[in-house]
Design a protein. Structure first.
Length: 254
């Protein structure tokens, strides 16, 4: 085990669970597990951590003498940290945030690059990020470049959009309305039918300078609840280049 290539050792450790790691550490004479994990390249450490689950992470953090789990995770390159987070699941992320002394999860997420955050928050547990104390999810999303925001949005489900209606600092309607059509297509293509809207309709026409227009569309909901109607003014449906900021209103149906 000591001379095994990091790539394969990481895969083995990620799959063996806490009991297997405890045996390696405590019963395998001459094997320095803390040293092996401590010198491991970020790329492979991400594979190990992403696969071992919360119990394995707890063992490494609490029981592996000589190994600084918080320090290892804190200095990890953004790319590989995001990869580890995507693989570990909600329990693993909760352990890192609540059970790993010396590791500041909110600070790490706040400083991570947009391109890596986009893949991580899109594929991992959304509710964890949104509810993390000290981390401003709304402002992080609002400040993201369109390219990476579109990547993130392409992973979202319809349930996520309900959260955005009350998320301080992030105006999803305004961002979509102003987004470059190429990136907007990237986002929409990932949702699948019905993920965002229960009704889509449009009116086409042209206006001269200083001319006004009062369009109207009808829609009858089939279920009660809170709905958000957002109006976009675009160049055309085929070329959704924003001509003005979108306008939204909330409709309560009993």
């Amino acid at each position: 085990m000591g001379q095994m290539d990091d790539q394969y050792f990481a895969t083995a450790v990620g799959g063996m669970g806490a009991d297997g790691m405890a045996f390696m550490n405590e019963s395998m004479a001459g094997f320095d597990m803390a040293g092996k994990m401590g010198q491991m390249d970020d790329q492979y450490f991400a594979t190990a951590v992403g696969g071992m689950g919360a119990d394995g992470m707890a063992f490494m953090n609490d029981s592996l003498a000589g190994f600084d789990m918080a320090g290892k995770m804190g200095q990890m390159d953004d790319q590989y940290f995001a990869s580890a987070m995507t693989g570990m699941g909600a329990d693993g992320m909760a352990f890192m945030n609540e059970g790993m002394n010396g590791f500041d999860m909110a600070d790490k997420l706040g400083s991570i690059g947009d391109e890596h955050f986009a893949n991580m928050v899109g594929a991992a547990d959304f509710e964890f990020f949104n509810g993390l104390d000290g981390f401003d999810m709304g402002n992080k999303l609002q400040a993201m470049d369109d390219q990476y925001l579109a990547t993130t949005m392409g992973h979202w489900s319809g349930d996520h959009f309900d959260d955005f209606q009350s998320m301080d600092g992030f105006d999803i309607g305004a961002r979509m309305g102003a987004m470059d059509s190429t990136y907007l297509t990237t986002a929409i293509d990932g949702w699948g039918a019905g993920a965002l809207a229960v009704s889509l309709a449009w009116i086409t026409g042209s206006l001269s300078s200083c001319q006004s227009f009062s369009p109207a569309l009808s829609w009858i909901p089939t279920e009660g609840g809170s709905y958000t109607a957002t109006a976009f003014v675009w160049e055309s449906v085929d070329n959704p280049t924003a001509l003005s900021p979108p306008v939204s209103t909330t409709i309560s149906v009993q």
